[in-house]
Design a protein around this ligand. Structure first.
Ligand code: F6P
Length: 544
């Protein structure tokens, strides 16, 4: 039987299963099976992944695993790890996993063993970050570095920013980290206001070193630095993270101060590469190695664990279930940790730039939806913002709740309150509140029957909202590495199920090209009426 037919058959069975499950309350499923938590949870390393509060039964999971097998998930996973050119539109290997691997057996890409290259660059990062941290590295006037400004956007910003924020408790507080990404001049200007040029290290992070926003910000930073210090020598205050040696040296950065990575590292998967230099400076190379080790641990789990006990596989399959069988469009990521407040933004790029695709490997349109809309916010902040919609809105939004058992900083009392909210929300989303319960409560409070009738419907919660609970022992560089790699592999699994290329990003091109044309028209002070619709022309003219 052909692959497509097998996939279609499982999809039909999943649809029938959904028709049944949609009539059953999750609560009932829990009452019927006291082992439901045990059956639908996985423990790996310091992570407890509880997926029992989902709209599933054993049949659902068996069908999903069958689907994964029919889509050759295991073979495709192994192809990625072994350096096959699975980024088929750009003809590139996808080897961010090599950046954190502990294997010493050669890994050949285009005739070159990449293992020694990775090691060499890690050594380079270690020597440099150590010298900045211990004060040996001096700025142009002989000053110790007190501030680091990372100039980069997308994958050259979101990962390092998210991780530096997440690992603040492990950071050297004498070195302040800043991130400038937006081409809005205010971003750079507001950052520079506070800084002493000679004590500032600029890290220009760009895989291609052609990204307009980054190059513009880098040039403006260079002009500011030269003006402030009165020196043309930028070699002590500017370094680059890139794959493009030629453009880096044209910008004026010494080859010695360029930290390399390679085209087989996708931008949104590059936090493990030299793009992680700000992290190494902030928390030290030992902690950066632990971060890599955590990711390696998750790679190991993803490769070794059987599909039904494999956290990223189950996460990917559940996401597929809601997206494609339940036709739900959105997905929320809700970390109950202020340290992880930037995780949702990071995952937006990881997930939406990877699987926001509509054409399959065979060149056809995907038959059903691909990547979901990802959004989120740290708990408990989100509870006072959009959770209303999660609880009582007409849309069902599956969600990942993430928390750490141990408190890192601050009053332990707060942590108990935080974790109580983490647990209470998933329970509330599942059990909801019935009409009878609302009536009982209102009567107990002495409301008049007319008032009860007026309010009762507004107080009912349907419940049955699906969630995963991800409870991790403690936020450490290691566990953060595991968590981030877990989401990378979840995204990979879904890309396989949809048969899309999760590793290119052609969709960002069109806007970029048009922006160049419009910028030219604005600068020439004329809008080309032939090439634009009347709205676009009017907007340009309004500016002129
Ligand atoms: O938004 C498109 C994109 O190419 C991302 O994939 C990438 O992370 C970002 O731009 C930045 O690219 P670069 O690191 O080459 O400056």
């Amino acid at each position: 039987m052909g692959k497509n037919i097998r996939v279609a058959e499982v999809t039909n069975l999943l649809q029938l299963n959904k028709d049944f499950i949609s009539k059953v309350k999750m609560n009932t499923l829990f009452n019927e099976n006291p082992n439901r938590f045990k059956d639908f949870s996985i423990k790996y390393s310091g992570i407890l992944f509880d997926y029992s509060k989902n709209r599933i039964n054993h049949e659902t999971m068996e069908l999903l695993i069958r689907l994964a097998k029919n889509c050759n998930l295991e073979q495709k996973r192994d192809d990625m790890f072994s350096g096959e050119k699975i980024n088929f539109t750009e003809n590139r290997a996808v080897l961010h996993t090599a950046l954190r691997s502990k294997s010493s057996s050669p890994l050949i890409v285009d005739g070159v063993d990449v293992r020694p290259l990775v090691k060499e660059e890690l050594d380079h990062m270690e020597a440099f970050s150590d010298s900045v941290r211990n004060g040996e590295w001096k700025g142009v006037n002989g000053d110790t570095i007190t501030d680091v400004v990372n100039i980069g956007i997308g994958g050259s910003y979101l990962g390092p920013d998210m991780v530096c924020n997440a690992l603040r408790a492990y950071s050297d507080r004498n070195i302040k980290m800043h991130f400038v990404s937006n081409v809005d001049g205010a971003d750079l200007a507001e950052t520079l206001i506070k800084l002493d040029a000679s004590k500032t290290l600029f890290i220009i992070a760009s895989k291609t070193f052609t990204t307009k926003e980054t190059i513009m910000n880098a040039n403006s930073a260079k002009s500011w630095f030269i003006k402030e210090t009165g020196q043309n020598d930028i070699s002590k205050n500017f370094v680059a993270l890139s794959t493009n040696e030629k453009s880096v040296s044209e910008f004026g950065i010494d080859k010695e101060n360029m930290f390399k990575f390679w085209d087989w590292v996708g931008g949104r998967y590059s936090v493990w590469s030299s793009i992680g230099l700000p992290i190494a400076i902030s928390v030290g190379m030992d902690n950066f190695y632990k971060f890599l080790d955590g990711a390696y641990s998750m790679d190991y789990h993803f490769q070794q664990a059987e599909l039904s006990k494999n956290i990223p596989v189950i996460m990917g399959l559940l996401g597929y279930l809601y997206n494609n069988i339940w036709n739900l469009q959105s997905y929320a990521v809700l970390p109950y940790s202020q340290y992880l407040s930037k995780l949702p933004s990071y995952l937006q790029q990881l997930d939406m730039e990877s699987n926001g695709k509509r054409i399959t490997k065979t060149g056809h349109r995907v038959s059903i939806g691909s990547g979901p809309v990802i959004f989120g916010e740290a708990g408990t902040n989100g509870q006072h913002s959009f959770y209303q919609l999660l609880h009582q809105g007409t849309k069902i939004i599956p969600a990942d709740f993430i928390a750490f058992k141990q408190n890192l900083r601050g009053n332990a009392n707060h942590h108990t309150t935080l974790l109580s909210n983490f647990i209470a929300q998933t329970e509330a989303l599942m059990i909801g509140k019935t009409r009878n319960k609302v009536l009982k409560e209102m009567r107990a409070k002495g409301f008049k029957e007319t008032e009860i009738e007026r309010q009762v419907n507004h107080k009912i919660f349907e419940g049955n909202r699906p969630t995963n609970s991800i409870l991790i022992d403690k936020l450490t560089p290691f566990s953060l590495g595991e968590l981030v790699a877990m989401y990378e592999h979840k995204v990979f699994v879904q890309g396989v199920l949809w048969d899309v290329n999760s590793f290119d990003q052609m969709g960002v091109e069109l806007g970029k090209v048009l922006a160049v044309q419009i910028e030219d028209e604005i600068r020439r002070k004329e809008a080309d009426e032939i090439n634009h619709d009347c709205s676009t022309v009017a907007l340009i003219k309004e500016l002129l």
